[in-house]
Ligand binder design. Structure first.
Ligand code: XIL
Length: 302
């Protein structure tokens, strides 16, 4: 194929981008989005603070702009994210215990119900494990409601939308030798053994000099897949430029293609200037929308 999306589709996969609703009026941005990508992830618009700014009052207008754009242009939607310690509305940050647990379950239920039938995959739970060598859960208000909060969220999401694939999504889970990777792996294995509804694992894959593309990435992808879940690369960006950046993008694409259950790749933004990173050039298009060497390497690999 001549575009990322078409080439991925020829291999039975999608190629997506994180999208911001307020950029859908930027002609350069939309031009690249519509030409190259066949999946979108709302960058912020489906998060708890965006969709339930006051308890029980749901606002979907900005998320709907992205979902409607996707549907009008034949793109899939990754929903992101139902339950997360970050980007919670103030009212939820101030809750704890059973009140927070109930609010979380209601949030998952309401949002997944509203979008039922329109979401390819949901990030049901995001970033629930701690960094470092402990392999422990991350401390958060949600974690303090009880260790079963993750499986409760997955069961609520399945009940609300039986058609969406339900994913656990995290970062620093790319290197197979990391304790955090092993901890997520053990949770997924346990969920599969006990019948907790989980269909996929999302690897955010934000790579930089502190956490570079790991040589055992393919092992991580295939190991998760062997548990009976799909794997998706959900928030890819790679710090750097030129040949070394292109090589890392090529490696990621090759690794995904080598694993049958690696079903798609999403980059976390379109142009370097769209990146959430404060500085750097981690994406596939430069600030003017020109294709970078990383783009060509990725397209060549697909
Ligand atoms: C980021 C967005 O890109 C920013 O616009 C926002 O200010 C903060 O969140 N992991 C995730 C994403 O799961 O939701 C984060 O997105 C990036 C890290």
């Amino acid at each position: 194929g001549t575009t990322l999306g078409a080439s991925a589709a020829e291999k039975g996969r999608y190629f997506g981008a994180a999208v911001a609703a307020h950029k859908l009026s930027d002609a350069t941005y939309v031009g690249i989005l519509n030409r190259e990508f066949n999946s979108v992830t709302p960058e912020n618009e489906m998060k708890w603070d965006a969709t339930e700014p006051s308890q029980g009052q749901f606002t979907f207008a900005n998320a709907d702009r992205i979902v409607n754009h996707a549907r009008a242009n034949g793109m899939q939607v990754r929903g992101h994210a139902l339950a997360w310690h970050s980007q919670q509305p103030g009212w939820a940050q101030n809750l704890s215990g059973s009140a927070l647990r109930q609010a979380m379950v209601n949030h998952v239920t309401q949002v997944a119900t509203y979008y039922r039938g329109k979401i390819h995959s949901w990030d049901v739970v995001n970033e629930a494990f701690a960094d470092g060598g402990s392999g422990a859960r991350r401390d958060s208000n949600l974690q303090r409601t009880g260790n079963d909060w993750i499986e409760v969220a997955f069961r609520a999401a399945r009940a609300a939308d039986p058609t969406a694939k339900l994913c656990y999504n995290d970062y620093n889970t790319d290197d197979w030798s990391h304790a955090k990777t092993q901890a997520v792996y053990n949770m997924v294995r346990d969920f599969k053994a006990r019948g907790v509804p989980i269909d996929c694992v999302g690897l955010q894959s934000h790579f930089n000099s502190a956490s570079p593309y790991p040589g055992n990435y393919r092992t991580t992808l295939s190991s998760f897949a062997a548990l009976g879940v799909d794997v998706q690369i959900t928030e890819l960006d790679i710090e750097g430029s030129g040949d070394s950046q292109a090589t890392a993008y090529r490696n990621v694409a090759n690794d995904c293609l080598a694993v049958a259950r690696c079903t798609g790749i999403t980059v976390w933004g379109i142009r370097d200037t769209d990146s959430w990173r404060a500085s750097g050039t981690p994406l596939l298009f430069d600030g003017s929308g020109n294709k970078k060497p990383a783009y060509t390497a990725t397209l060549d690999a697909l």
